[in-house]
Design a protein around this ligand. Structure first.
Ligand code: NAD
Length: 564
């Protein structure tokens, strides 16, 4: 049962909260807790008098203290734990702190620190958040979803933890990713945190380390597969549709074989998208389009090698084909510009492939059993890494590119940093500073010939929050290819417009501008939904005005007692 209600005065626009909670219960409800910022009147009327030190602080004072506490922690995992604990104590204080230090703290709540947090989930567990739907409770999904704290949900991020970042099967620990992604929805796009819901579908794990670990918190069982798995997912989707018909659902970190299948099956049933495929593709394509502008070689003239033909790699290939079709190539011609390489080398029809890889087989080239051989043959102008193979872009490979292309575009996208296909310092050194780079994980400032540079991070946080906000304000029926294309265009325009001076070489905007980027993306996505007839809400004002109006800001709303 919900213990509070958000009220809005239609004349003044003032928001306040009414609650039946009193005393300690208020201090332990993270959505309501203000700690030392409860006013004297609130303390008197809500049973808090004497439960807090006397000084009444402002949110800004609290943020200053929290930042000092944060700075005392030196490792990423400690900082991640500190921020999550704060998130569990006071939602508003957490978001104010995060928003004030977004660029600095984003890597602590999301990649790369979240990777370590996921691995240590069962050992570092302190507080539950969101919903856990374990396979043995398959017949109780309706009850579990009904147990959510807030009835009105706008965005769900759901995972089954099978393929987390580049870390593989992390079982129940995968829950940290939906929690982190929803933090970004709020911090970057102002999605109301009261209206977000992380969900873990615990279908077991095949990770022997977790199965052996006595502290493991998930269902200690091998992963459910085949028809049982499909029936479980279907039951989940149908329940979401029934209880939350207008919700946006983001599929997160599903295994390679399920991710695409599930998206294709449910894309038009439920307004949903897969960030690993579509979010990645939007951000990467935008980085590529900016790189293409800077390199002077048109997109349809690029020779593109993608290393790692999994969810992200093929998702990017699909978007590239789509973009080249828009530039006038036929699908066949577009596919000819692409060479996809996986464990056994260049994809060809003799290999055992999954369905989504098949459109990209190349039987027109022999002796391409590894990346080096493919690069020697193709001489790519654009190289993308989605393999999680550390150091796969060797000096020899990069120098072949640099010898045949003046400004090679190189995107080592694998996460976390330890899995990156190359370090940007090396890429610059091996190409005499000419490489146009975006990485998957954040790297420290790089220095080339004494000049400091910030390398763009192909971070999905530049896409999914804005995409989600666009969907929420337009109440789009589903997310079409044109809406995704609008997101690509919005992001590219933003980069080109704002990349000046030191930022000139950047392929994507800095994350410190994530909120502005999200607004820009949201507006164009909502407009695209309207143009296609997918928008179910057409505001009297423009989407731009509406976006400004609905974005949630971290400040303390007055809390009043609910009588009775
Ligand atoms: P995935 O498991 O679906 O795909 C990985 C692919 O790499 C598989 O097809 C696998 O067979 C292949 N591979 C593994 N070892 C290889 C080798 N030695 N040689 C060639 N291919 C090999 O995973 P995914 O979702 O596609 O993610 C891949 C990587 O991309 C991860 O590290 C992930 O964190 C990263 N990623 C980055 C972004 C981003 O930067 N925005 C977004 C999504 C994914």
């Amino acid at each position: 049962m919900l213990h509070y209600e958000i009220k809005l005065d239609p004349n003044t626009g003032e928001e306040w909260i009414e609650t039946g909670l009193r005393g300690k219960a208020l201090l332990t409800t993270f959505l309501l807790n203000k700690g030392t910022a409860f006013s004297y009147e609130e303390r008197c009327s809500l049973g808090l008098l004497g439960k807090l030190p006397m000084k009444i602080e402002t949110l800004e004072e609290q943020v200053r203290r929290a930042y000092r506490q944060y700075q005392k922690y030196k490792t990423n995992i400690q900082r991640n734990i500190y921020l999550n604990s704060l998130h569990d104590k006071s939602e508003t204080l957490f978001y104010k702190l995060l928003s004030d230090h977004l660029e600095e703290m984003l890597p602590m709540v999301y990649t790369p620190a979240v990777g370590q947090a996921v691995k240590q989930f069962s050992h570092e567990f302190r507080q539950a958040r969101g919903l856990y739907i374990a396979y043995p409770d398959a017949d109780k999904i309706d009850i579990i979803l009904n147990n959510r704290t807030n009835p009105d949900i706008e965005v769900i991020v759901v995972t089954d933890g099978e393929r987390v970042l580049g870390l593989g099967d992390q079982g129940v620990g995968g829950m940290d990713i939906p929690i982190a992604k929803l933090m970004l929805y709020t911090a970057c796009a102002g999605i109301n945190p009261y209206k977000t819901l992380p969900i873990m579908l615990d279908v077991g794990t095949n990770n022997p380390r977790l199965l052996r670990d006595p502290l493991y918190l998930g269902w200690r069982h091998g992963r459910i597969k085949g028809p049982e798995y499909d029936a479980f997912i279907d039951r989940f989707v149908q329940t979401v549709k029934k209880q939350l018909p207008g919700v946006l659902l983001q599929w997160e970190d599903f295994g390679r074989d399920n991710a695409r299948r599930l998206l294709e099956k449910y894309r038009y049933t439920l307004c949903s998208f897969n960030d690993d495929m579509q979010g990645t593709a939007v951000v990467t394509l935008s980085a590529i389009l900016t790189g293409v502008r800077r390199s002077g070689i048109g997109l349809t003239e690029q020779r593109i090698v993608i290393f790692g033909a999994g969810t992200a790699g093929v998702g990017i290939a699909d978007q590239l084909v789509f973009a080249m079709e828009r530039e006038g190539l036929t699908r066949q011609e577009a596919k000819k510009r692409l060479w996809l390489v996986d464990k056994e080398g260049l994809l060809n029809s003799q290999m055992t492939l999954v369905d989504f890889q098949r459109p990209y087989v190349r039987d027109d080239m022999s002796a391409c059993e590894n990346l080096l051989a493919v690069v020697r043959n193709v001489k790519p102008s654009l190289l993308i890494g989605c393999s999680s193979v550390r150091g796969a872009f060797t000096e020899e490979i990069i120098k072949i590119m640099a010898n045949s292309t003046k400004y090679p575009i190189i995107l080592p996208l694998s996460n976390p940093n330890e899995q990156s296909e190359a370090h940007p310092n090396d890429l610059l050194a091996w190409t005499n500073g000419q490489a146009l780079i975006a990485t998957g994980s954040p790297f420290q400032e790089v220095v080339y010939q004494g000049k400091k540079m910030q390398v763009a991070q192909s971070n999905n946080a530049l896409c999914f929050p804005g995409l989600g906000l666009g969907v929420v304000v337009s109440r789009a029926k589903w997310i079409s290819d044109n809406m995704l294309w609008a997101a690509v265009q919005a992001l590219t325009q933003y980069t080109l417009l704002h990349a000046k001076g030191d930022e000139e070489h950047r392929l994507l905007p800095s994350l410190k501008n994530a909120r502005e980027v999200a607004k820009h993306v949201a507006f164009q996505v909502a407009e695209a939904a309207r143009e296609e007839g997918l928008a179910q809400f057409l505001p009297i004002e423009t989407y731009q005005t509406l976006i400004e109006k609905v974005m949630w800001e971290p400040y303390y709303r007055p809390i009043r007692p609910k009588e009775g």
